[in-house]
Design a protein around this ligand. Structure first.
Ligand code: PGA
Length: 247
């Protein structure tokens, strides 16, 4: 794993945007798996700035959101589809039809199959960008998820619902959906390149476990130790618990 420690959130965001931009410039068509949440907001801001400055063309970019709350429509302001449209898709020149998010209602098995088929039809993921949960989840793959999973419907861990309630502006816990649809661990591991971002002391234990702990389904991000091309960009707070060898 390539671990890059930067001073703060701003530097993490700029470095992440540069990494994504390099992938986009490297080929005429780039398929991205993209996260939502608070961590990548600065990265999206910088990608939009690059586009507006004429430095980055998104016409060949295909995006796949990593996850979505089950039961929220793409128009719902708390949905991750809405997040991706407002933070990136509507602010750059990604052509209509090249931004994807999972269907999050109706037949669950069909929705999961459909998402895997769309990713495969796009040629697979060139780069997947991930945040990490305080409990070590990637996407909404909570501790205990089998490493073999592909896109699946998950019951959210209580600590995830609490963190989302506080961090994303839900009015109260009852408003946070109990289920989500998420790319699985095997879907994420199938990406040709992985970039994981982490900022803040509350991520430090999960980052240390992912980088230096045993590979275990109890800490889903630890599986990334087995991926051949992973970069972590973490700020000093999130790197706090790494042993000096990595930090
Ligand atoms: P965050 O979420 O970026 O809002 O901290 C990350 C995650 O839970 O995967």
């Amino acid at each position: 794993m390539n671990v890059i420690v930067v001073p703060d959130y701003e530097q993490m965001s700029l470095h992440a945007a540069e990494t994504v931009a390099a992938e986009i410039r490297a080929r005429t068509r780039t398929v991205l798996g993209l996260p939502t949440g608070n961590t990548p907001k600065g990265m999206y801001r910088e990608l939009v700035r690059m586009h507006q400055a004429g430095e980055l063309d998104f016409s060949g970019v295909v995006t796949f959101n990593i996850d979505e709350y089950w039961g929220l429509s793409p128009e719902h302001p708390m949905s991750f589809a809405y997040y991706m449209r407002t933070h990136l898709v509507e602010r750059v020149n990604i052509p209509a039809g090249q931004a994807n998010w999972p269907v999050a209602s109706g037949d669950q098995a069909a929705a999961c199959r459909d998402y895997e088929e769309r990713i495969t039809a796009a040629g697979g993921l060139d780069l997947v960008v991930l945040g990490i949960g305080g409990n070590g989840h990637i996407g909404f793959n909570e501790p205990g998820t089998s490493f073999d999973t592909r896109t699946h419907v998950v019951r959210l861990a209580e600590e995830t619902r609490l963190a989302n309630c506080r961090g994303y502006g839900f009015r109260d816990l009852d408003d946070v959906p109990e289920f989500a649809i998420s790319m699985g661990i095997a879907t994420i591991m199938g990406a040709r390149k992985v970039l994981l971002l982490a900022s803040g002391r509350e991520k430090a234990a999960a980052v240390a476990g992912a980088v230096q702990g045993p590979v275990t389904e109890e800490l889903p991000a630890s599986i990334l130790q087995r991926h051949p091309d992973v970069t972590l960009i973490v700020d000093e707070q999130a790197a706090f618990a790494l042993s000096p060898r990595e930090a």
